[in-house]
Design a binder for this molecule. Sequence first.
Ligand code: VGL
Ligand code: ZN
Length: 198
Amino acid sequence: MSQALIVIDVQNDFCRGGALAVPEGDAVVSGINDRMAAFDTVVLTQDWHPAGHSSFASSHDDKAPYDIVDMPYGAQVLWPDHCVQGSKGAAFHPALKTDPADLIIRKGLNPDIDSYSAFFENDHTTPTGLEGFLRTRQITDLVIVGLATDFCVNFSAQDAARLGFSVSVEADLCRGIDLDGSLDAAWAAMDAAGVRHL
Ligand code: VGL
Ligand code: ZN
């Protein structure tokens, strides 16, 4: 068995003072840094949207952040502008160790489709390429940590389990946004998909 650590979106905009700050987002950074040492393969993901991305409330008339709209690929929460390509908010948290990363995968680049998962855009079909990277390295087991538990961690973990990887999410190294019970719903959905968690 060969395992990889997948670190989801530990970026300034999801941490204190950021555009879409996750409560206690910063609290995961030092534990994630320590965890990296146990893995031969470390992957970081980076939410990386073009300005005017369709997931931003500001791109829609008469919509506010956290409203939900129907997109061709399904329901989409609208967010404050965040993780705009090249911005300080899109950069990794300054204390996150990035040197151990084998791969940095950027997602959310398509202006018309959001991408919570590290594996597929929110249409659940357009791949990011991460699956191929992991398979060509014969990786079978994934540990997933980062931000936010109920969105990008959740979607990544479910996709990984459906792709046949053995998946654990380490809850103490994740923090959630929790919109209308989304955190409990995310844990239930991950359980149903066969994701293990501590
Ligand atoms: C995320 C909302 C929008 C996340 C990214 O990293 O969980 N959430 N973009
Ligand atoms: Zn985003």
